[in-house]
Design a protein around this ligand. Structure first.
Ligand code: ADP
Ligand code: MG
Length: 377
């Protein structure tokens, strides 16, 4: 599946100075083509602001929004209007139908912004929501549920890739809620990408994925893959060694774009803060970096001093592998085995661990058991 929507460090602030409200705060988020996403969260958490940013109805104060690879901040106003009408269809809680236009004319209004109006197509859109027989009715002559279906027909008429829905059933009774969710399910089944704001848990369950907002931030129990965690560790190691006086700076293998994305993701989980593109440790990030560096340098000592490996490249490659798989207990035992060394083979300091206070010397049976354990990894 390809990425369709990508937000990188997106923030939106309303007002200035002490009155400023950060409605959306450093959001990093991607949606794949064909996904149905529910944005959930309490009132005032920034759901509508986020949806309006995705739909280009509003512009971010900072950060980047890419849709289908297009950087929307680079579009001119008129390009943006065209891009929006081709790419997204909106469904609002308040329907937003024009009162003195018929259902058909309301649908044709969306075509007008897109290209040419086409009555046949507009009628077909109404047929898709089972309202062809209400084409000449005014909104006031339609029930709430019917009005929302007209609004859905209007959202569909330009055949957009993305449907954005802001509490689409917030003003509807149970029966009409069901009709609207059935419609959204059908659109999802046809392969459309849907981003829907709701605070209804059951509605959220219809979606493929739920994103919870709180105070403008994505609140999620993020589960990262082992590869992603290794990438984070690589970034942390680089930042750590860069801050060491006279030390050798650990290189990293990321492109500038990957590096920036990683920093933003890591900022989202509180490992770093990002200022002018530069990453700085938070206390949590620094503690994790210390642990990674400690594991890495202890592993280097182990390979050289105990296992007698002197090939630099081999030591480095093995240490890089070991730093990800050593548990805190094994790390401390390895530290004890090595006699709590102060420095790695290159002379860089090894951060102290909880075991280092004891300076306990292992007997040979303990050392043997640790060694065979490590060799077995
Ligand atoms: P939700 O949709 O989750 O209820 P909103 O995105 O509407 O939340 O609002 C998020 C925050 O931004 C709220 O504190 C709200 O008061 C503020 N806000 C939203 N729109 C504006 C605006 N146009 N001007 C000033 N503050 C706004
Ligand atoms: Mg809202």
């Amino acid at each position: 599946m390809s990425i369709l929507i990508e937000l990188i460090g997106v923030s939106k602030t309303y007002g200035e100075g002490t009155a400023a409200v950060r409605a959306v705060d450093n959001v990093n988020f991607t949606a794949h083509s064909g996904e149905w996403i529910a944005i959930m969260g309490p009132s005032g958490s920034g759901k509508t602001t986020l949806l309006n940013l995705i739909g280009c109805l509003d512009q971010a104060t900072s950060g980047q929004l890419l849709i289908g690879g297009t950087d929307t901040s680079k579009l001119t106003r008129s390009e943006l209007v065209r891009f929006r009408s081709e790419t997204v269809g909106f469904i609002f809680q308040q329907f937003h139908l024009v009162p003195h236009l018929t259902a058909l004319e309301n649908v044709m209004l969306a075509q007008f912004f897109h290209s040419m109006t086409d009555e046949k197509e507009a009628l077909e859109a109404l047929r898709q929501v089972d309202l062809a027989d209400r084409a000449t009715h005014l909104p006031s002559q339609l029930s709430g549920g019917e009005q929302q279906r007209v609004a859905i027909a209007r959202a569909l008429v330009n055949d957009p890739k993305i449907i954005l829905a802001d509490e689409p059933t917030g003003n509807l009774d149970a029966e009409n809620q069901r009709v609207v969710f059935d419609l959204l399910s059908r659109l999802h089944g046809e392969g459309r990408t849907i981003v829907m704001v709701t605070h209804d848990e059951n509605a959220g369950k219809l979606a493929d994925r739920r994103v919870h907002l709180e105070h403008g931030r994505i609140k999620e129990l993020l589960v990262f893959s082992a590869e992603e965690n290794q990438d984070f560790d690589e970034v942390l190691e680089h930042l750590w060694t860069r801050g060491e006086p006279g030390g050798h700076v650990e290189s990293h293998s990321f492109t500038a774009v990957q590096w920036r994305k990683l920093l933003n993701t890591m900022a989202g989980i509180g490992l770093v803060t990002v200022t002018n593109g530069e990453g700085l440790f938070t206390a949590k990030g620094e503690a994790r970096a210390r642990d990674v560096i400690r594991r890495h340098r202890l592993a280097e000592r182990l390979f050289r001093d105990v296992l007698g490996i002197h090939d630099e490249a081999e030591i480095e490659a093995s240490a890089c592998k070991f730093e990800h798989i050593l548990s805190p207990e094994v790390t401390d035992r390895m530290c004890s085995l090595l006699g709590h060394p102060d420095a790695c083979p290159h002379g860089s300091l090894i951060p102290r661990g909880p075991c280092c206070g004891e300076k306990r010397v292992l007997d040979s049976a303990e050392a043997q058991s640790i060694l065979s354990g490590i060799k077995g990894i």
